[in-house]
Each structure stands twice: as structure tokens, then as C-alpha cells.
Write a protein that binds this ligand. Sequence first.
Ligand code: HEC
Length: 128
Amino acid sequence: MKKTMLRGGLLAGLCLVFVWGCQRAEEPEVSYSEDVRPILEKNCVECHVEGAAGYEASGFSMASYEDLMEGTKFGSVIKPEDSFTSALIMLVEGRADPSIQMPHGKEPLTEEEIATLKTWVDQGAKNN
Ligand code: HEC
């Protein structure tokens, strides 16, 4: 009797681990270097390095991961695990004032690009 219960418990435990593993697997980890960096290079970096307009106006450089995480002269624009309140995400989604949507004066990012950035932030904005 006791043995059966123990086995039942073990099985239930294994199932839980299995289900948890599967759910995690549904959303693959977004990589900074492979997924996020190319989006920034294509749409943002030209204005956000020392000497360029975006950097001069806000102090926000995206030259490196460290610069990106440091944010503007007023502080960070990425809150790891919280894309909703991350200023960078608000700007690319046009949730801030439309006059300061990013990229500045250009086509907005595609939904897919925005989703990639959001997932990366929600997964901790890691340098992976
Ligand atoms: C054509 C130039 C240009 C491009 C491209 C650009 N920016 Fe900007 N960015 C600016 C300027 C100029 C500012 C200063 C704010 C203003 O005056 O609107 C700024 C400011 C910012 C700020 C700070 C806003 C604040 O709170 O002060 C963030 C964050 C930002 N940009 C993110 C991005 C991201 C992310 C991209 C790419 C998706 C991007 N920018 C692309 C020009 C640009």
C-alpha cells in the first residue's frame, strides 16, 4: 500500500516536470546576439551611437550591450522581465507619445520584431 502511494507520488512528480518542461519549450529562448542585435543594428544604431542624433538628444547609445542596458542620461529604458513598463518597448510599440515613436521618423518595427524584443526583455534581457 505504502509502496504504491510512493510510486504514485513519484509519477505525478515526473509528469509535472514533464509538463513544465514542455511549456517552457514552447517559447524558445530569444538570443541577444542572434535575434535582438540584428534588429537594433538594422533600425536603431545609426542614430544611437556617439555623435549621432539620437545619442546627442538623449544620451542613449546602443553601441554595446552595456550601453543598451545603461539607457539614457535619465536612466535605464529596459526593465528585465517587464517589457510592459520598459520605455524602449513603449517607444517601438508607439505606446508613448506618437511624436517620439522609435525609430524616429521612420517605418515602425514589424510585429515580429517587436515580439522578439518583448520576449527577450521578459526573459530577463540577458547578454546571451
Ligand atoms: C533617425 C534617428 C533615430 C533612429 C533610427 C532611432 N532613434 Fe531613438 N531617438 C532619436 C532621437 C532624436 C531621440 C531623442 C528623443 C526625441 O527628441 O524625440 C531618440 C531617443 C530615444 C530613446 C530615449 C527616449 C527618452 O525617453 O528620452 C530611446 C529609448 C530610443 N530612442 C530608442 C530607439 C530604438 C529602440 C530605436 C530602433 C528601433 C531607435 N531609437 C531608432 C533618434 C533615432
